[in-house]
Design a protein around this ligand. Structure first.
Ligand code: MLT
Length: 262
């Protein structure tokens, strides 16, 4: 992670599987243009084993391991909001589960996009083990072919976003993606974090997201009923809905960040 400029509110943006921090480029650009409010800066780290992460891949990337990595490099002493999409959301919930008192006092909000708080069932765990083995054997291309239609609705295909998704997929080393899958298989249910959330919470989801469907976001919103503010944003699109429809997502994100400042 590179050294960051000080900000009045830091948005820690955590990426999906098997992508990297570049997926949040639009959000970074919006912050740099002042469209997310004055003094908002975005940190979008790459999880270990890929891109600009200085950390090497492990055989299994437990969500708690990825959360610890991120926490160790959280810049500055500013107030911050955590945002994660899908696997980034799983890591966000683990990160919130292990905040010390100092970090808890700095936390201002949580955004979970196209994510879920439940663990995998046995069938889901078995599918991930199979997927990890196939990735190790065949590389990223077959996974890309399978997941691209799940990530983007047909109307979002064929342009710069699809190209970025392809680039990130194919830049992810297969051993890293396999370790991510095994880590996600072992993740625990984190509704407890939502049940005790003391900061505003925004859940955003694509109405066509089959990987983490709207019902998963509805469950998270219900679990967070005691948080000071809870909002469910349904966007047109699939698993990458906030990137498919930034014109809808970014103004909502800005309004949410304004609320988080209190
Ligand atoms: C992701 O986008 O991070 C993955 O689809 C999450 C998952 O496989 O559960």
């Amino acid at each position: 992670m590179t050294l960051e400029q000080p900000s009045s509110l830091r948005l820690l943006a955590l990426h999906a599987f098997p992508l990297d921090g570049r997926m949040w480029g639009l959000v970074k650009a919006a912050a740099a243009a002042g469209q997310l409010g004055a003094g908002v800066a975005v940190t979008a780290p790459d999880f270990r084993g890929r891109g600009g992460s200085g950390r090497t891949a492990e055989p299994v990337h437990a969500m708690s391991l990825l959360a610890r990595d991120v926490l160790e490099e959280l810049p500055g002493d500013e107030p911050f909001v955590v945002m994660g999409l899908s696997m980034g959301g799983y890591v966000a919930l683990e990160l919130l589960a292990r905040l010390d008192a100092g970090l808890r006092a700095r936390l201002r909000g949580l955004v979970l996009c196209d994510s879920r708080a439940n663990a995998d069932d046995d069938a889901g765990k078995a599918k991930r083990a199979d997927s990890a083995a196939v990735i190790e054997k065949d590389g990223m291309e077959p996974l890309l072919a399978k997941m691209l239609p799940q990530f983007l609705v047909p109307e979002s295909r064929g342009g710069a976003l699809e190209q970025l998704v392809r680039t990130m997929f194919l830049a992810t080393p297969p051993a890293t993606a396999a370790a991510d899958q095994l880590g996600m298989a072992g993740r625990v249910d984190r509704f407890d974090v939502l049940g005790t959330l003391a900061v505003p919470f925004l859940a955003a989801v694509g109405d066509d997201d089959e990987l983490t469907p709207p019902s998963a976001s509805e469950q998270m919103v219900d679990a967070a009923a005691n948080a000071p503010w809870v909002e469910l944003l349904t966007l047109p699109g699939a698993h990458l809905a906030p990137l498919e429809h930034p014109e809808e997502f970014l103004p909502k994100l800005r309004a949410f960040l304004d609320r988080c400042r209190g």
